[in-house]
Design a binder for this molecule. Structure first.
Ligand code: KIV
Length: 271
């Protein structure tokens, strides 16, 4: 059974059409060729080469240490695997906050060296100039509001954002400013579902939620969380669709046991 309409490449225009037609947008992260190929074959609409690679691929506590060179390496692998999905790549911490020229240079490296389709930046009105400059070069931009992990040391915790009126109002204003600047979609992370719905109603572009309820145009998750590889990470918003930690653990133990006992390889598994 096909879960998507066709294998034509998903574009930013297709996402807008999906939103208008009420078809929910599916988005997942990927950082390497093999997983990107599986989720692209399965019909995912958008693949995000997230800077969460810093956590799940490199084992850092935050997303801050990952560099632009690392992101380009991951993005190149994902782009090689993707036939249908729109591939969006995170601009990592420090690669766009300096000034708009810095932001444009980073976006251009991602588009040129990884052949990605769009970039994502965290932040609202404070980075609007950088977003405008990137857009002027013809590079599609996705926004990211709410819990923005690159600002974790400012927030102090990974708890739900914008529960208070002032922050909630700023978030809606930021979303409107991003839309006006020309971003094609916005990720909203870990905010109250009612606020996410208000944000979606305030703009025409798709809002993609993570921990933001289902009254938005689409959903995104980190692939390692969905697959149950990151077993310690159990936020309320996460639905696990597999328990790969257990599967991989058990398979590894079975392999060790077969090697130690001399059972592997057997007569049929040699030349
Ligand atoms: O880096 C990432 O994986 C993200 C998602 C959580 C949206 O930005």
């Amino acid at each position: 059974m096909s879960v998507h309409k066709s294998y034509k490449r998903v574009t930013t225009q297709v996402l807008q059409e999906m939103k208008v037609n009420g078809e929910k947008i599916s988005m997942l992260t990927a950082y390497d060729f093999s997983l990107a190929q599986i989720i692209d074959d399965a019909g995912i609409d958008v693949v995000l080469v997230g800077d969460s690679a810093s956590n799940v691929m490199a084992g850092h506590e935050t997303t801050l240490p990952i560099t632009l060179d690392h992101m380009i390496y991951h993005a190149q692998s994902v782009v090689r695997a993707s036939k249908r999905a729109l591939v969006v790549v995170d601009l990592p911490f420090g690669s766009y906050q300096g000034n708009s020229k810095n932001a444009l240079d980073s976006a251009i490296r991602i588009m040129k060296e990884a052949e990605a389709h769009a970039v994502k930046l965290e932040g609202g009105q404070e980075i609007i100039e950088s977003i405008q400059r990137i857009l002027t070069a013809g590079v599609p931009v996705m926004g990211h509001l709410g819990l923005t992990p690159q600002s974790i040391y400012k927030f102090g915790t990974y708890s739900v954002r914008a529960k208070e009126k002032v922050e909630a109002e700023k978030l809606i204003e930021d979303a409107m400013a991003l839309e006006k600047a020309g971003v094609f979609a916005i990720v909203v992370e870990k905010i109250p579902a009612k606020l996410a719905e208000k944000v979606q109603n305030a703009v025409q572009i798709p809002i993609i939620g993570i921990g933001a309820g289902n009254k938005v145009a689409g959903q995104v998750l980190v692939i390692h969380d969905l697959l149950g590889i990151t077993k310690e990470f159990t936020p309320r918003f996460l639905r696990r669709y597999a328990n790969l930690y257990e599967e991989i653990y058990k398979a590894t133990q079975a392999y060790i046991s077969d090697v130690k006992s001399g059972d592997f390889p057997n007569d049929k598994e040699q030349y």
